[in-house]
Design a protein around this ligand. Sequence first.
Ligand code: ADP
Length: 240
Amino acid sequence: MIGIITQDQLKTSPTLREDGRAFDELRPLKIEAGILERADGSSYLEFGGNKILVAVYGPREAQIRKLQRPDRAVIRCRYNMAPFSVEERKRPGPDRRSVEISKITAEALRPALILERFPRSVIDVFIEVLEAEGGTRCAGITAASVALADAGIPMRDMVVACAAGKVNDQVVLDLSEEEDKAGQADVPVAILPRTREITLLQSDGNLSEDEFERALDLAVDGCLRIHEVQKEALRKRYGE
Ligand code: ADP
């Protein structure tokens, strides 16, 4: 049989990705504030296939002396992936990756918080990944910021995070898990949306200077769009 290539098959769309998104398109996003009764602040986020719950406790007096700072509160973050959050059951408990993400999350959030108001105190942020599908560190930061605002912790600004990267030689926004695995680079970014100050910038993989610039611009643009959803979640909770 003679193979015939139809006109349709010839049409390649360089902008469309595996899941049908355009290069600058975010996955569907939903954020809810204040969903846990017992935490001081909380949020729930769905971003593509990610499902993340955040609980905030504090500020409360730091019981451990070593933790106390005489002039400000300390923020502690714990990022945790549920054993059922990934395809193959994940061993419960902390590992190198979760320790790293917990650390960079606290660093990304800290510049937004007015910690000087609460000397000798501690603010605890628990990020529970119930289902993971790529980009959980960014989604965790975005959700944590909403939970901190819900806890009434004074903030200079929100913090919002989003990744961009390179897949099939194309710079794209918000990598899915599949894209992250097959892709050439991943650049998670967190910003304070008002000033656009960057509080997290990581880069995994290989990018030219030009590609890196484009990834950073895309990620910042994605952050600003995600910030609108954060604001909407808080508006829904507290009215205006
Ligand atoms: P991020 O979630 O911030 O993108 P990584 O790049 O480390 O962080 O992970 C990418 C994705 O790989 C995760 O979102 C998750 O979907 C998947 N993943 C991470 N750790 C595991 C694991 N232990 N088992 C299976 N999948 C995992």
